[in-house]
Design a protein around this ligand. Structure first.
Ligand code: EPZ
Length: 418
């Protein structure tokens, strides 16, 4: 089984190029089903989750070709199925993002229910509410859900919660619906803006992405296009935290600074120096950091996908820091692992209280989800001795070449297969 070994490392120094965003590439790959001509995607991160999404597309009849490591050609002219198979859906919940495009393209779709995962039950009620609002007949059965319609008709959909996936699925379904669809209380994440920009290149009429109200005017068909995926703001944030926790000096390159605002603000509050330029951010870490309080919220609030990484940072900040996790109901699985390394963290429902300043010690720990795994690497950089991380398949789902990138900054990190 593969493991990652991290030993106490010197303050990280240098620059790292950030890969394309996993959470933009996944919906955009799903959206390629909507078109019948060649689509070329650049800066697609080379990740396990991307491989699974490509398998899903191929299982539906799309032709997918990896032109280069981060360049993919997709042609969905001849779809042969509207059903996603169970094991693929179970491997990755985001496979559910093909439901909206299949419904729009084929008039029918059958999907096994996306598995929950460690961080929460991950319901899909808002996705289904959107499909029904567009006129689809939705049938739920024990382990799956189908949706069918003769014709999707635009409508107004209010999302009880600004769900990223539901917003994406409804936008994609609405692009080929008859008439106008308005999504109210839509998610505003940058990945949704990237999806909308991609769809517009295909000929879709989408306005308001990035705000709470998104308007889609249905068109007859969508064409091919070329699109470059935006950089991954969560990977960038992870490396920015590595400078803070190690007291180093790290520049993250190929990023969009405006996407990093909540992360930058909190790092400055914690006493780090942050220097922004047009497509990079430099973080000069402050070993005598200042305790901070974080509350995760939908974008533009502090991202839940950065919560674990900041919780690791808080263990090094002398004093009491707090985290309130409002997005997922069970996203503190990494606390037990950090506690095993000597961290002083108390969790009470959705709130964690971290008393930082005591050095961590290297231990054998387990990655419980993708961002928790990243947090353990960060903790391992400063813990005394050796930290051995297992279940690193979680990490490989969302971070491209992670140990090479950290080693390039001077980290003492390696992958072993025992
Ligand atoms: C996306 O997941 C991301 N994944 C997640 O990133 C991210 O944590 C999450 O958005 C929040 O930002 C991808 O983009 C592939 P949601 P998604 O629907 O779309 C509730 C990572 O680390 N909800 O915004 O599944 C749900 O229970 C991953 O890269 C409903 O109640 O997130 C949760 O509490 C982890 N009903 C909240 O919304 C629904 O129908 C946020 O979920 C849908 C969601």
């Amino acid at each position: 089984m593969e493991k990652i070994i991290v030993k106490k490392s010197p303050a990280l120094r240098g620059s790292v190029r950030i890969s394309g965003s996993k959470n933009a590439a996944l919906p955009i790959l799903a959206a390629s089903i909507l078109g019948t001509e060649d689509i070329i995607l650049e800066d697609v991160p080379d990740l396990k989750d991307i491989e699974i999404m490509i398998e899903v597309l191929e299982s539906l009849g799309s032709k997918v070709e990896k032109l280069e490591k981060n360049k993919v050609l997709v042609n969905s002219k001849n779809l042969t199925s509207y059903e996603t198979n169970y094991e693929l859906m179970n491997k990755m919940r985001a496979s559910f993002l093909v439901m909206g495009p299949l419904l729009a393209r084929m008039g029918k779709t059958v999907n096994s229910l996306p598995g929950g995962c460690n961080i929460g039950s991950r319901p899909i009620d808002l996705h289904l509410k959107g499909f029904e609002a567009l006129g689809a007949k939705v049938v739920c059965y024990d382990d799956g859900v189908s949706a069918s319609c003769n014709e999707l008709v635009g409508n107004v959909v209010y999302l009880d919660f600004p769900s990223v996936g539901a917003t994406e699925n409804i936008i994609m379904a609405a692009t080929l619906a008859k008439g106008e669809t308005v999504i109210e209380n839509a998610a505003k994440e940058p990945e949704i803006v990237d999806l909308a920009n991609f769809l517009r290149k295909m000929g879709a009429i989408v306005t308001g992405a990035g705000t709470s109200t998104i308007v889609i005017k249905g068109v007859k068909e969508l064409k091919g296009c070329t699109h470059q995926i935006i950089p991954d703001r969560i990977e960038a944030g992870t490396f920015m935290v590595s400078a803070a926790i190690s007291g180093g000096d790290v520049s993250v390159e190929n990023i969009i600074p405006s996407h990093m605002k909540p992360i930058t603000a909190k790092l400055i509050e914690a006493g780090n120096k942050v220097i922004e330029s047009d497509d990079k951010i430099r973080v000069i870490g402050n070993p005598e950091g200042i305790p901070i309080n974080i509350k995760t919220l939908p974008y533009p609030g502090f991202p839940t996908d950065m919560q674990a990484q900041f919780l690791a940072l808080m263990t090094s900040l002398k004093g009491k820091s707090t985290v309130i996790e409002t997005v997922f109901e069970n996203r503190f699985m990494h606390v037990a692992q950090l506690t095993k390394m000597g961290a002083d963290i108390e969790v009470n429902d959705r709130k964690a209280l971290v008393t930082g300043g005591r050095p961590l010690r290297g231990e054998e720990v387990i990655a419980t989800d993708l961002r928790a795994g990243a947090a353990l690497i960060l903790a391992g950089l400063v813990a005394e001795g050796k930290t051995t991380i297992s279940d690193i398949y979680h990490i490989d789902r969302g971070y491209e070449d992670i140990e090479e990138k950290f080693r390039g900054l001077g980290a003492n990190i390696e992958r072993i297969d025992e």
